[in-house]
Design a protein. Sequence first.
Length: 95
Amino acid sequence: MEERNICSNSLSIEQELAKLSTIPKVQYNSCSSFWQINGQGMPQLALLARKYLSMSASSVPSESTFSVSNYLLRKNRLALTSKNIRLTMFLKDKL
């Protein structure tokens, strides 16, 4: 029963978006400082911000991508279209 009260007190994503649109953003120096201060009131949006606004701490993913592209674009594969190369690199990254 207590869990139901917690769920009913939480805002929907639409309500969080409406709340976000009313907050003046001029006073914040960075995106991270904004979410540190306002994340408690908009937990769903804060989670999305952490997921999609974060940066990788190393260059390994980008270096790996260049290595894969170098492998795919060797001389005997020059007949591949750019679309096929993009799709192949996407699949290689996701598998």
